[in-house]
Design a protein around this ligand. Structure first.
Ligand code: MLT
Length: 350
């Protein structure tokens, strides 16, 4: 067995939370999972694709491992405003699959700098691949960023991206929540000088278009990046392309009618985040400190109140004493959780 597996906690964070919730009926704000159905114009396009309608070719089997050309072009144009060309966009089955595949780009036992707290899949995927993790840019072989950060919701500034790029090693930025940025922080690392040579950006339709169960994302890497050819080689070997049905839905989401529908859904989740946080946020998460408390104890306290949250320590040692609440729940659940939250935060023991 891969010896690095043994160094991981027995359970991945989100299944662990699910098992602690068990059969309880709770307001589940413990996982960032979308709760609204797909807009009809997107779902209909997926159904047409499944039925072999709407294209000259009719039925299609395997697609390209790099993705449907029309979808690659739409992402280059709608998301990157043509700062990237279609050949620089590689369609995936969601951020998580690419995140694991990206670990193969690095030499064995590379030293990767990562934020603390961070989305745990990065930490676990890097560990399984045998890489070493550090929280400092000193002598690193690669940098893993997430902006806006999951779990803290903090979006990196232009200068912070520039600082990471100035180290001179590959910088992977997970931009899964970029559509939720309210401030003037950049929505992509490719807005920063030097990114074409060094950056790799992971994007996702999960939180952009409510595709958590559909599975669709992309990775952007410019041709100047020395890892460009290696990334194509990895995809051609380890991936047979994203579902053509998901890709049809993704394309519909980026066309004017679908894009307008998607913006309405994002606005609903953003309003949920505002209700929870009491202010505008850059991400659909509220990150809350309970000084001196264990995150799992606070998790248990909220579970007793009928609310599932995410314990901050699940995102790394710096998350101890914090919890995260997701804004993707139904509006009524979010409003009820916000009321409880205010009571807990005003209680004398807090
Ligand atoms: C989260 O809750 O942070 C994620 O969306 C869950 C996941 O992607 O695994």
């Amino acid at each position: 067995m891969n010896p690095y597996l043994a160094s991981l906690p027995a359970n991945y964070l989100f299944p662990e939370i699910a098992s602690r919730i068990g059969n309880r009926q709770v307001l589940n704000l413990g996982i960032g999972d979308t709760t609204r159905p797909l807009p009809a114009c997107i779902a209909e396009r997926m159904a047409e694709c499944a039925l072999g309608l709407g294209t000259e070719r009719g039925y299609q089997g395997y697609g390209s491992p790099f993705g449907n050309d029309e979808l690659r072009a739409a992402i280059a144009s709608v998301i990157y405003n043509d700062a990237l060309v279609p050949d620089e966009i590689f369609i995936s089955d969601g951020a998580k699959g690419d995140l694991a595949r990206l670990m193969h780009l690095f030499a064995p036992r590379s030293k990767l700098a990562i934020q603390n707290p961070a989305y745990p899949a990065y930490v676990d995927a890097a560990t399984i691949a045998g890489h070493q993790l550090s929280n400092s840019y000193d002598e690193c072989d690669g940098i893993l960023l997430c902006s806006p950060n999951n779990p803290t919701g903090v979006a990196l500034t232009h200068d912070e991206f520039a600082q990471a790029l100035s180290i001179g090693c590959p910088v992977i930025n997970d931009a899964a929540y970029a559509a939720y940025i309210s401030s003037d922080a950049p929505r992509t690392i490719f807005a920063v000088d030097g990114a074409r040579d060094l950056a790799i950006e992971v994007g996702s339709f999960s939180k952009l278009a409510g595709f958590t169960g559909v599975r669709l994302g992309w990775t952007a890497i410019a041709r100047e990046n020395p890892l460009y050819a290696g990334w194509k080689r990895i995809l051609a070997t380890l991936f047979n392309g994203a579902s053509i049905i998901s890709q049809a839905g993704g394309l519909a989401a980026l066309e004017p009618e679908g894009w307008a529908e998607v913006q309405k859904i994002i606005a609903i989740y953003k309003e949920n985040a505002r209700i929870l946080a009491g202010r505008e946020t850059d991400a659909p998460y509220l990150w809350l400190e309970f000084p001196g408390r264990s995150s799992w104890d606070v998790f248990d306290e909220f579970l007793e109140l009928g609310i599932a949250v995410t314990p901050g320590v699940g995102f790394g040692s710096a998350g101890e004493g914090f919890i995260r609440l997701s804004a993707f729940g139904p509006r009524a659940d979010v409003e009820q959780a916000a009321l409880q939250l205010r009571k807990v935060c005003q209680a004398p023991s807090r």
